[in-house]
Write a protein that binds this ligand. Structure first.
Ligand SMILES: [Zn+2]
Ligand SMILES: [Zn+2]
Length: 369
């Protein structure tokens, strides 16, 4: 484990932009190799970022392990760094600026954008950041090219005093806040968050801001300890306790008003639905893989439970997200405490392995190119 990497990195030394760089290249299913590749060239309106750090996201792992996307690609989209070059006509950014970038931005005009379901917009689905090959994020490389429509809408300046790692949480926090807002929580409600990986803890923490009582379930006491550091006070030990019974016990026998499923796959769908009270709502947050799942349709019809989903980020809530991640950091909302492992880019394969095999000791994994 590369523990020598600073968790408070706020400055990078920028040399002249080289012609080649190191990158973790996806070459096929379960095949990522650290290789030397060309530094991407930028065009008018584009920006080149020297990557300081990049979080490993569950969706990166899914793509690597399932082969859902063609190879070669360079993944990694939760990155922050320093502007190393700017294309002609770029306004508002110059070399040396500390930034993070979303890899998606909506058109703002299509039917889906007008209906505020930005993640379904065709423009939004295009990836606008690349370290070479088919655009796929590119954060697992030394340099990333940010394309023009992203520079205009979704390149974010990092305020002074905020470490790169904290800034790299802007995109995941946006996805989490968007999901929590879909539940429209009230302060007299009880929420159950199933799964206390880094994203589950974020979902629980942001749910708690509504004033609702938040129950958190996970198999690992180590994760409950981290959750407790974020003020989460109602852990359920899923290895020993019946999660559904615990949710009912904490809500006068009804079940949780809202349940968030932050564990991938279908194994806990039944638990999530059963743990919700009649008329309650269930948010699928980690169900990103197409498959068939069975559930009892009468729980939707007769018990009036609502199944909801949320995916990716929303531009409507961006200023709230920045308040949380940047403003919140000054107030002690330190997301870097969710990071358990930091790896240099040369050890990206090990970083992906550790992230893919969660243990009691692993939380968010970061790569520092
Ligand atoms: Zn992500
Ligand atoms: Zn659109």
């Amino acid at each position: 484990m590369a523990t020598a990497i600073s968790n408070d990195l706020q400055e990078q030394t920028l040399g002249p932009v080289p012609t080649t760089m190191r990158a973790a290249v996806y070459r096929g299913v379960n095949d990522v190799r650290v290789e030397t590749v060309p530094v991407p060239k930028i065009g008018a309106g584009e920006v080149l970022i020297r990557v300081a750090c990049c979080g490993v996201c569950g969706t990166d792992l899914k793509k690597i392990h399932t082969g859902s996307h063609s190879a070669p690609r360079i993944f990694g989209h939760e990155f922050a760094g320093t502007v190393a070059a700017v294309g002609q006509g770029v306004r508002g950014f110059r070399i040396g600026d500390r930034v993070l970038s979303y890899h998606h931005a909506p058109c703002g005009q299509c039917y889906y954008c007008r209906k505020k379901t930005f993640a379904q917009c065709e423009t939004y689905k295009r990836v606008g950041c690349t370290a070479g090959f088919e655009p796929s994020g590119g954060g697992f490389a030394e340099y990333v090219r940010v394309m023009d429509w992203i520079v205009r809408q979704a390149l974010i300046r990092i305020p002074e005093g905020i470490p790169f790692e904290q800034a790299a949480f802007v995109e995941p926090v946006n996805t989490v806040l968007k999901g929590v807002r879909r539940l429209d929580l009230a302060d007299d409600e009880t929420v159950l968050v199933i799964g206390q990986g880094p994203i589950g803890i974020l979902l629980a923490t942001l749910s708690a801001r509504s004033g609702a009582k938040v129950l958190t379930s996970d198999l690992y006491p180590e994760r409950h300890a981290i959750a407790a550091a974020y003020g989460l006070r109602h852990p359920i030990d899923a290895g020993r306790e019946d999660v559904v019974a615990a949710a009912r016990a904490a809500s006068e026998g009804r079940g949780a008003d809202a349940v968030i499923l932050a564990v991938g796959g279908n194994a806990l769908i039944r638990t999530a639905i059963d743990a919700a009270r009649p008329g309650g709502r269930i948010l699928f947050f980690a169900q990103t893989q197409h498959s068939d799942a069975t559930f009892d349709p009468a729980v939707v019809c007769m018990d009036e439970k609502t199944l909801l989903g949320s995916y990716s980020s929303s531009f409507e809530i961006e200023s709230d997200v920045e308040d949380l991640v940047f403003g919140g950091y000054r107030g002690g909302f330190d997301l870097t405490r969710l990071i358990s492992h930091r790896f240099p880019l040369e050890e990206a394969v090990e970083a992906i392995r550790v992230a893919s095999t969660p243990t009691a000791a692993s939380m968010k994994i970061f790569i520092h190119p």
